[in-house]
Write a protein that binds this ligand. Structure first.
Ligand SMILES: [Fe+2]
Length: 235
């Protein structure tokens, strides 16, 4: 499962009386450890904005990474702050009301953080077909890499509105499977290996409404090495 790097800081604190529903937890002057979560941040792109050209333009990459991903991170930090307060207040109603914001912004952060590493410039191996265990698994479950790409594109182009196409590893049947999800829903039923963003912000400046053309082109910059690494740790 993909995990975000959300560093935790452990702070040693001297606190006064603290209670919960079952009674006092500590006494004045006692020492406890308080865990404080650092705010999420947008990870740096592992290549230059223009490194994926001509498949994805520098303009798209800059806006997508600096504006859209940043917006999900901002939204996630706000939602987490509100959720932490709701937990402190034991306000279950607010905790439930925040679930959608956490899912949308947290999913947006998870998905985009993975997406940047799922791509690579051609000079760094982008587009080079998988080898080894990942290739064998693709051949077993889809016939060939080209057959997989064809099926993935046919499935993903049909997403209504905004969403993502995924190659995921299903741990229960030990198979690779194609999954589509709407909005920024993160893939949690499978181990996410490769995600392709088909929100219009990912391609419209360059491909206009031709989502199929974007999907056809993007395989020239897919970083199969990271997909293979994720597959190796998923099993
Ligand atoms: Fe996006």
């Amino acid at each position: 499962m993909y995990r975000l790097k959300a560093p935790l800081r452990v702070l040693k604190s001297i606190v006064g009386p603290t209670t919960n529903s079952s009674g006092p937890l500590t006494r004045a002057g006692s020492t406890i450890f308080v865990i404080s979560r650092s705010k999420h941040t947008v990870p740096d792109l592992p290549y230059d904005y223009n490194a994926l050209e001509p498949v994805i333009s520098a303009d798209i990459m800059k806006i997508h990474h600096d504006k859209h991903h940043q917006a999900y991170v901002n939204g996630l930090n706000v939602a987490e702050e509100k959720f932490e307060q709701a937990l402190k207040d034991r306000d279950v109603h607010s905790q439930i009301a925040l679930q959608e914001a956490l899912k949308f912004n947290g999913g947006g952060h998870i998905n985009h953080s993975l997406f940047w590493t799922n791509l690579a410039p051609t000079k760094d191996g982008g587009g080079e077909h998988p080898k080894g265990a990942l290739l064998s698994a693709i051949q077993k479950d889809f016939g060939s890499v080209d057959d997989f790409i064809s099926k993935f594109n046919t499935t993903t182009v049909g997403i209504q509105g905004s969403g993502w196409g995924w190659l995921g590893y299903n741990k229960s049947n030990k198979r690779l499977e194609i999954v589509t999800l709407p909005n920024q829903d993160p893939l949690i039923t499978h181990v996410p290996l490769l995600g392709i963003d088909v929100w219009e912000h990912a391609y419209y400046l360059q491909y206009k409404n031709a989502r199929a053309d974007y999907l056809k082109a993007i395989w020239a910059v897919v970083n199969w090495k990271t997909v293979a690494e994720r597959f190796a740790t998923a099993q």
